[in-house]
Ligand binder design. Structure first.
Ligand code: C5P
Length: 227
């Protein structure tokens, strides 16, 4: 069977990564969560106190970028890859609300995007990959054989994310999560470099009223028709 590239883009908390992970597993493909890469660079910036919007902070972060070494390491027990920053497993820290509140700003920096897009292109050279993010179908793999653009209402997404964070023991309020999602939607779709938008040839998929199983079945069957 020929291997293809599958690009999954969409707004925050649309369930992209859950679906992409399941799809990659079923097809025997590699899964790459590009959001984790932007989150790890944000954590790196926060640890070095370079997160402000001021030009000095941005320039200092750009200068220090070569020192941020990112790596995905597959965890056999969990069945997916975890993000390492300079040799340290940062999977938990990069999902915190503090990082979520800063990540979209860091993701507007052109040099950060170049560094990460180059790494992503390299990872997908051999195809057989499912990658999720905001610019995968438009910038990283404009020639991907299958492109999916996922949407759901901000309230539905905030509720899902809120429940997820509560389950993990994070003390957050629904209002705080909704605000974070709305802010990220705005920044992600209005930034100058590779803003979030649906690629013309992407299939739009609104999952506001759809369970995970139905979503997976539909997309899996569709991908088999493309392969
Ligand atoms: O996918 P996730 O919500 O973890 O992504 C976190 C943030 O990283 C997004 O809100 C966006 O600002 C940024 N991002 C991006 N391009 C990608 C993936 C994520 O700008 N390909």
């Amino acid at each position: 069977m020929q291997k293809i590239t599958i690009a999954i883009d969409g707004f925050s908390s649309t369930g992209k990564s859950t679906l992409a992970k399941q799809l990659a597993k079923a097809l025997g493909y590699i899964y790459v969560d590009t959001g984790a890469m932007y989150r790890a660079i944000t954590l790196f910036a926060m640890r070095n106190k370079f997160v402000g919007v001021e030009k000095e902070n941005i320039n200092a972060l750009i200068k220090l970028l070569p020192k941020a070494k990112l790596k995905f390491v597959f965890n056999e027990q969990l069945g997916f890859a975890e993000m390492y920053l300079n040799g340290e497993n940062v999977e938990k820290e990069i999902r915190s609300i503090e990082v979520s509140n800063q990540v979209s700003r860091v993701a507007t920096i052109e040099e950060v995007r170049h560094k990460l897009v180059d790494m992503q292109k390299e990872m997908g050279k051999e195809k057989g990959i499912v990658m999720d993010g905001r610019d995968i179908g438009t910038v990283v793999f404009p020639d991907a054989e299958l492109k999916i653009f996922m949407t759901a209402s901000p309230e539905t997404r905030a509720y899902r994310r809120y429940k997820e964070l509560l389950d993990k023991g994070d003390k957050v309020t629904y209002k705080e999560v909704l605000k974070n999602i709305q802010n990220r939607d705005y920044v992600d779709s209005h930034r100058e470099f590779s803003p979030l938008r649906r690629a013309e040839d992407a299939i739009e998929f609104d999952n506001s009223d759809m369970g995970m199983e139905e979503q997976f079945d539909r997309i899996y069957n569709h991908s088999l028709r493309v392969i």
